[in-house]
Design a protein around this ligand. Structure first.
Ligand SMILES: C[S@@+](CC[C@H](N)C(=O)[O-])C[C@H]1O[C@@H](n2cnc3c(N)ncnc32)[C@H](O)[C@@H]1O
Length: 466
């Protein structure tokens, strides 16, 4: 019987789910994933709310980016913790507080393993790879091979590709495997137009690859359309990086549309996952298992789930001025301006309860004054409400906080793998609750190339189940 590869310290998925939910519900994780948003860190004293021995230790580093790197290494599946930093700061690296080491180990031990599961790959001819980057090539090569194997085993000849985008996957499947027929669906007209042009240039006839523009929101009308297209045959539903709730809609179509017998979907962009609410009762979490535990992921946590800090460029040896982080400055400036506006009682109006977009460009981070004026223009706040002298005073007061803000932000990002694991578990449990067979979470791609590499797979009862 198939079952997902769990972190090494677990032998049952029930215990794993339980521990993961408990960890995400601890006060520290709640704080760093939105309890105190990093933009509000100076207003709500986010730094002071962290364990003191941790903040003291981070403050001792000559460059915060090395401390940041130490944290990121702490969750790396492959890195020897601290080994890279020992060469630069042996004494500091060796004196990391034990409680921080334990917390990082827990974080790491609760993440679903990402090491690519050995599996087939198809060699893609040049005509197909002409429009793909190396990342897409490796994804399509493994994804297409996996899908083809399932189709062969189950005698499926029809594929529905949801969120097909430029059609890399569906075009490759239709081109490589002449016995397959594909229906590619995407909500974006321009994506489908691009995909159609490539299919025509490759001479793929429409009866082997139909491409339609359709927004996918779980509506039954699309289910009927798929049933009609299937014409009595079985289908496999596939999606490569199906953003946000699109993956959840696909999982529901798999469970409810009779002709869909197999599913393979890789998620991404978890910030577009719609949480469950009175206006969206079908939102995250979708499984009874997680709903019973009252699991909630904040917008910050969902955003963290999209990050891949282990693939970040590492800071240079000397961490000199030239290597100064634009992101670090931008985050610091944002936190200072939030504090200034808060202290002056200037409210920033929210759109649909969300923080507005501040419209900051790279060149606006040159100085805090520039950043502030540009942001105020975007937020429609008159300049005379915040005199230049105040801008200078706040910049001076908080100029040394860049490291604090960067570490706070890094801490939230460190939760990326546990957040993604929880989302994968939710989908796993939903599929199990619907009676699906062969439910698995397959690390299908090389995570160094494609960090979003967890593919949810499931099948309906039938011959040849693995
Ligand atoms: C990250 S891209 C992946 C594209 C393609 N599968 C690939 O791997 O190259 C996601 C695609 O899904 C489409 N999409 C996202 N949400 C959708 C929805 N709810 N309905 C239809 N299309 C959607 C977007 O337009 C985009 O083309």
């Amino acid at each position: 019987m198939v079952s997902p590869t769990l972190p090494s310290s677990y032998d049952t998925i029930e215990n794993y789910t339980s521990d993961l939910c408990s960890f995400l519900d601890t006060p520290l994780v709640r704080q760093i994933t939105g309890g105190i948003h990093v933009n509000d860190a100076l207003i709500q004293n986010g730094w002071q709310a962290l364990p003191q021995e941790w903040t003291e230790w981070w403050s001792a580093w000559p460059d915060y980016r090395l401390a940041q790197q130490d944290l990121v290494d702490g969750i790396d599946e492959e890195a020897e913790p601290a080994s890279r930093l020992v060469q630069q700061q042996p004494r500091l690296a060796a004196s990391r507080p034990e409680s921080l080491t334990t917390w990082l180990s827990t974080l790491k031990s609760l993440a679903l393993p990402r090491t690519q599961r050995p599996g087939p790959a198809v060699a893609l001819p040049k005509v197909l790879t002409a429009h793909m980057g190396p990342k897409k090539m490796s994804e399509v090569s493994s994804g297409a091979a996996y899908i083809h194997d399932v189709c062969q085993r189950r005698g499926i000849r029809r594929i529905v590709d949801m969120g097909s985008g430029q059609g890399y996957l569906s075009i490759s499947l239709a081109y490589l495997f002449r016995g397959l027929q594909c229906l590619a669906i995407d909500g974006s007209e321009s994506q489908v137009a691009g995909s159609r042009a490539v299919a025509i240039s490759l001479g793929i006839p429409e009866h082997r690859l139909e491409q339609i523009v359709h927004w996918i929101d779980g509506a039954p009308s699309l289910a009927s359309r798929i049933q009609d297209w299937a014409d009595g045959e079985s289908c496999m539903l596939v999606g490569l990086h199906a953003c946000g709730s699109l993956s959840e809609h696909m999982i529901r179509y798999f469970a409810t549309v009779p002709c869909i017998e197999a599913l393979a979907v890789v998620g991404c962009c978890y910030n577009h996952v719609v949480p469950r609410s009175p206006s969206c009762p079908a939102g995250f979490p979708i499984s009874a298992a997680l709903r019973e535990r009252n699991v909630v992921l904040s917008a910050t946590a969902l955003m963290a789930g999209c990050q891949a800090p282990n693939n970040w460029k590492r800071p240079g040896r000397g961490c000199d001025q030239e290597g100064e982080s634009v992101f670090g400055k931008r985050r610091l400036h944002r936190a200072i301006l939030e504090k200034l506006l808060h202290d002056k009682g200037i409210e920033v109006s929210r759109q649909d309860g969300k923080r507005p977009v501040w419209g900051i460009r790279k060149q606006d981070t040159a100085s805090f004054a520039k950043f502030a004026r540009r942001s105020m223009d975007c937020l429609k706040i008159a300049h005379d409400r915040v005199p230049a002298a105040d801008l200078m005073a706040y910049e001076e007061r908080y100029k040394d906080c860049e490291g604090q803000i960067a570490i706070l932000w890094t801490l939230s990002v460190l939760c990326c793998k546990v957040v993604e694991s929880l989302i994968a578990l939710d989908r796993y449990w939903f599929l199990k609750e619907q009676g699906a067979k062969g439910v698995d979470i397959v690390p299908i791609f090389d995570f160094k190339i494609s960090p979003r590499n967890l593919m949810m797979v499931a099948e309906k009862a039938g011959p040849g189940l693995p």
